[in-house]
Design a protein around this ligand. Sequence first.
Ligand SMILES: *Cc1c(COP(=O)(O)O)cnc(C)c1O
Length: 485
Amino acid sequence: MKLLILKLMDSREFRKQAHVLADRMADYFEEVSKYPVKSQVKPGEILSVLPLSAPQTGESFENIMSDFERIIMPGVTHWQSPSFFAFFPANTSYPSVLAEMLTAALGQQGMIWETSPAATELEQRVMEWLRDMCGLPGFWTGVIQDTASASTLTALLSAREKSSSFRINNEGFAPSDRLRVYCSSETHSSIEKAVKIAGFGKNNLVKVAVDENFAMIPALLEMAVKSDLQNGFTPCAVVASIGTTGSTAADPIAEIGKICEHYKIWLHVDAAFAGTAFLLPEMRHFAASLEYADSYVFNPHKWMFTNFDASAYFVRDPELLIQTFEILPEYLKTRTRGQVNDYRDWGVALGRRFRALKLWFVIRSFGIEGLSEKIRQHIAFAGWLKEKIIEHPDFEPMAPVNFSLVCFRLKPDGLTDKDDIDKLNSSLLQKLNESGKLYLTHTRLNGAFVLRIVTAQTYTTREHVEKAWDIILQTSTEISGQVSG
Ligand SMILES: *Cc1c(COP(=O)(O)O)cnc(C)c1O
């Protein structure tokens, strides 16, 4: 009689496969620059080779891994490639990956102190470290959220409750609650999403115009606030950005902060990408006057070599945050309440991953010096590239280079039609990305199609940036020839 041959994975098999996987992962990091950076598969290609239904009987780990190599790997875009210059990075690093392995093994669910005292207390300490490492106001209190989007939602919900004295939490929005939120026209889309989710209504998001550097114009913010007050609205929150997604523009925090203080408006500052730069004292002029902020977010999972997800959210007043989110069903009542942080009350989700562990590993393994050195290099790469672009007659920079993002476009002499220039740059981008040698993305600034190159991947060196510039020059020559010929 034939019995079940395949058995469930046991500890011996786990140990064996874990060793194999460790080697596979190390190989991956050593060879990551050999893969096409942007996955070259077509829509539906992966889906079409995946079985329509789940297997009836268990399969061997070797089988699963072989399909991983055959089916999954070709459909992966290599965010950890040193030639990944797209979006903003989602950096990892060796210590971060190792910590994620441990996190997975421990499988903590740190919703309250009692369910993982170490996760809770390490989070508290690591957030103090992050705050102080980046020169942020010492009176702030931090908590880890999954993403900047969730942090901003948390901020807007707190602002809503503060301005309604916690009435909206109980009664919902009344027709007379005409709360307004302000941001710049360059602000990240997650703000609009949060405004919708938090019930303000998209029409109550006021987008303030920006100056020639793509930074919010404070005088226009104040005009909008005054006009809203005259028309019976209640100004509730301003979201300022340090490092917008399009061009890493920095809104003037001091001037915006003074307006918020005067009109008693919540100030939330979104520094999702650029916040890591404040490790460097020479970059902190962008963070001056952050004491005005009621809340602040930056993502170590972007530029601080820590696996997605880990978003650092700081508030001036944690009591207000807790009051906004607190729920206390019988089954969550504990004897330690009040003596410790129960982070389930510090954000949207109840359940929480042990995210502090990877931050702890990264910060200790790099040290503040190691982190700073890498960030400084990344900023220098962008500075080098900016010079190359300025020097070249066929290219132009399209925004100030504040951190490690360069916005530019190809504009050969004689090409003046706006649509033609856009089309040329769009084809350039497509050709570059199809080459598999590097990956960039684009944005629009003042209506123009602009290429973005972010020199901030963990493993990017000066050589990778030089090579990228060579490929851009070469590809531009090829396609400009086609356009003018
Ligand atoms: C990336 C980014 C976000 C969104 O970050 P998530 O963590 O993915 O939600 C928000 N704001 C800015 C400025 C960003 O660069």
